[in-house]
Ligand binder design. Structure first.
Ligand code: ATP
Length: 375
């Protein structure tokens, strides 16, 4: 297995730029997700790493080797796509063995690897079945089998679960991650589904219009989004934003908001009077009878293990709170709101970029601790 390093990768199709100066490193054995909305450049990035598309500029390293201009077949990378093209007239065994037969490996080695792969994927019982009669989940396992028998340096997966229904996708997410942990294989996984990325990835690069907006561990991205785009894309329901227009001095821990004030993590720099966005996730909004920040309950969505309460606030527009089901909230109730100030993000409303606050120190110290624990 190998580390993948992408340096200032750029791809233009005629006068349209699909990928702009992307740089990131996928460590040896890491499960890495390229995440973002449709058309943001995920597949193009993946195809360049695999050698199916030539970059306009930039470099790609597989281990120590610069493979930027190497053909796909010379890169030792295996693919799994959403539309897993199996050979319908062949059995499971023949489908999985196919890449090894093409490589001309000895029959005993082919049998050994096919047996090992099907045991890993728990489809040994299907070996002599035709693939045409299999369920979509089993077909996907066969497609994975065909990728893993090659024992490549890395796996590229482009929305491999996209064709499955929601329930089965969740199951396969768990299976894919478990498979990854067994194989220890460097994996690049493309998805537009933030839940899929959060649940599986060691690291995520979240892309927007060809640009990597943020690169990091799922928890860091979720808790410390680098931009409004990331904050909005990660999490369901997404982050609440309240527009502020205030001048903040360095170290300020409150900001005026109509008749009340909001608590902030201490700001790092003087912030002149320009629109700011105060970002708070729904799980960090609480109801409190006497709190001065007032709201009216306009909707309650019961989800079994929690409830999503929609609130109209004169001062901050519509907000959502994710609350314990035991909290009493009824449509038209007048309530007070409090926000966990240690979890607030501040953004420049014009650039959309996050501002530096005391929360960053907590995030840095937490990732240092994680580094110390996991080496
Ligand atoms: P999706 O999930 O919808 O595939 P994506 O994030 O993977 O989205 P890409 O497939 O990488 O996006 O495409 C990024 C942009 O580049 C899109 O606007 C797409 O239309 C454009 N694009 C991709 N391939 C080509 C091509 N061969 N020629 C011209 N434009 C292309």
């Amino acid at each position: 297995m190998a580390e993948i390093r992408v340096h200032q990768l750029h791809k233009a199709f005629a006068d349209f730029t699909a990928v702009k100066d992307s740089s990131f490193t996928v460590k040896n054995g890491e499960f890495f997700c390229l995440l973002g909305p449709s058309g943001c450049g995920k597949t193009t990035t993946l195809r360049m790493i695999a050698g199916l598309e030539l970059p306009t500029s930039g470099q790609i390293f597989l281990g120590d080797e610069d493979v930027t201009f190497k053909r796909a077949s010379a890169r030792d990378i295996a693919f799994v796509f959403q539309m897993f093209a199996l050979y319908p007239h062949m059995t499971v065994r023949q489908n999985i063995a196919f890449p090894l037969v093409s490589q001309g490996l000895p029959r005993t080695e082919i049998n050994r690897r096919v047996t090992q792969a099907t045991a890993t994927l728990q489809i040994t019982a299907l070996l002599d079945r035709s693939v045409s009669g299999l369920t979509s989940g089993d077909r996907q396992r066969v497609a994975l089998g065909r990728a893993i028998v090659r024992q490549p340096l890395a796996f590229m997966m482009d929305e491999p679960l996209g064709a499955l229904d929601a329930e089965f996708r969740e199951l396969m997410c768990g299976e894919l991650r478990a498979l990854h942990d067994r194989l220890g294989a460097t994996t690049v996984y493309v998805t537009h589904d933030q839940r899929e990325a959060m649940s599986m990835a060691d690291k995520i690069a979240i892309m927007n219009q060809g640009v990597v907006e943020q690169f990091g561990a799922p928890q860091d991205i979720y808790e410390r989004p680098a931009s409004v785009f990331v904050a909005d894309f990660m999490g369901a329901p997404s982050m609440n934003f309240i527009t502020l227009s205030a001048a903040l001095t360095k170290g300020a821990t409150t900001v005026k908001m109509g008749e009340t004030s909001l608590q902030l993590p201490a700001v790092r720099d003087d912030i002149s009077e320009r629109p700011l966005l105060y970002g708070i996730r729904p799980e960090h909004v609480k109801l409190s009878d006497n709190a001065p920040f007032r709201a009216q309950v306009t909707g309650v969505e019961y989800l079994g293990n929690c409830q999503i309460v929609t609130l109209r606030t004169p001062a901050g527009g519509t907000l959502r709170a994710k609350l314990d089901v035991r909290v009493k909230a009824l449509r038209d109730d007048q309530v007070g709101l409090t926000f966990d100030s240690s979890q607030v993000s501040l953004f420049d409303a014009t650039s959309g970029r996050a501002l530096s606050t005391a929360r960053d120190d907590i995030a840095v110290s937490r990732s240092q601790n994680r580094g110390a624990i996991h080496g």
